[in-house]
Design a protein around this ligand. Structure first.
Ligand code: NAD
Length: 315
């Protein structure tokens, strides 16, 4: 059995597959050469770069499995592949903690102006140290503040556990109500169950000190001018979900008016070429869609993908 790991696979996943008798090639084949290359493979694994569309599926009858390391399967024609009898698997939970922790990287950045300080200190730090010290004097703490979470699936819930662990209050909204317990895990065997119940979107929007989005791609933005108007003055916004979930021009207006104090963005409307006005904004902390890009998440993705592939072919 041969597998083409066209967007790479963590060494742990590769080793597990090889130990189970698979041949794993990790050299990336260009999209326009993919059909030709795949004639020799039983399975392909991808991340977000390689596209496995109808044309590839039709032209590669020997391809029995398509594996996505990660969550979103926008780059695969999933329903079509399954209708043709091909297996499609992904690793939806493996990166949830990494994305949740990135939310807090953006929150801690925003509440202490790090996005601006990191830009200005190299240029002005030596000559205007005391001026910058004054500019960044009005930081705030997270403990005791309320985090609004829109989209209370895997990542939304993981984000809630981190927030609760920091002593924050959580207000969560999802299309599907949740009324249950979240388990906070500490070192050793110590854990704590905390009850959480979702509320209305309006409650989240009106009563949160910070709002973070964890919904899938949407046809229309979930947060736009009308929603920013209803928020608390000085709210902080984080988006580590998908571009398109926030109306970016409305966010810039809300930042410029001071209604929104800061934003932390990992995802953008026009990836990979976000708006200049977003990239240059002094109140926006930026990362280039790296939510799942930690060593631990990539290891978990590799391990999970390998075990799904092994289970599929060995059963
Ligand atoms: P999930 O499917 O577990 O959770 C998504 C939740 O959003 C679901 O509970 C769903 O009911 C809810 N939802 C959908 N539309 C909604 C709406 N309009 N309002 C409120 N709730 C809504 O998915 P997940 O694993 O938690 O992933 C969440 C998002 O994070 C996805 O967009 C995913 O693509 C993205 N993601 C980003 C990165 C990154 O690198 N930044 C990494 C992994 C996942």
């Amino acid at each position: 059995m041969k597998i083409l790991a066209n967007d790479g696979i963590d060494p742990i996943g590769k080793r597990l597959l090889e130990e189970a008798g698979f041949i794993v090639d990790t050299e990336t084949v260009a999209q326009d050469k993919l059909i030709e290359a795949l004639q020799n493979y039983d399975a392909i694994t991808v991340r977000s770069a390689t596209k496995v569309r109808k044309d590839v599926i039709d032209a590669c009858p020997g391809l029995k499995l398509i594996g996505r390391g990660g969550v979103g399967m926008d780059n695969i024609d999933v329903d079509y592949a399954r209708a043709q009898g091909r297996a499609v698997v992904n690793t939806p939970a493996a990166s949830s903690l990494s994305v949740a922790e990135l939310v807090f990287a953006h929150l801690f950045t925003g509440i202490r102006f790090l996005q601006d300080a990191n830009r200005k200190m190299p240029v002005e730090g030596a000559v205007s140290f005391n001026k910058l010290k004054k500019d960044y004097a009005k930081g705030i703490e997270l403990r005791g503040k309320t985090l609004g979470i829109i989209g209370f699936g895997r990542i939304g819930r993981e984000t809630a556990t981190v927030a609760l662990g920091l002593g924050m209050n959580v207000l969560a909204y999802d299309l599907y109500p949740f009324d249950g317990k979240l388990t906070l895990k500490f070192q050793g065997d110590l854990s704590l169950d905390i009850p959480v119940k979702t509320v209305s979107l309006e409650e989240v929007i009106k009563n949160s000190d910070f709002i973070t989005l964890h919904t899938p791609f949407a046809d229309r933005p979930i947060l736009g001018a009308a929603e920013f108007d209803q928020m608390k003055p000085g709210v902080g916004i984080v988006n580590c979900s998908r571009g398109g979930t926030i109306d970016e021009p409305a966010l810039i207006n809300a930042l410029d008016s001071g209604k929104v104090a800061f934003a932390g963005l990992d995802v953008f409307d026009n990836e990979p070429t976000p708006l200049e006005a977003i990239l240059k904004h002094p109140k926006i902390s930026l990362t280039p869609h790296i939510g799942a890009a930690t060593n631990e998440a990539q290891e978990r993705i590799g391990e999970e993908l390998a075990s799904l592939i092994i289970a599929h072919f060995k059963n």
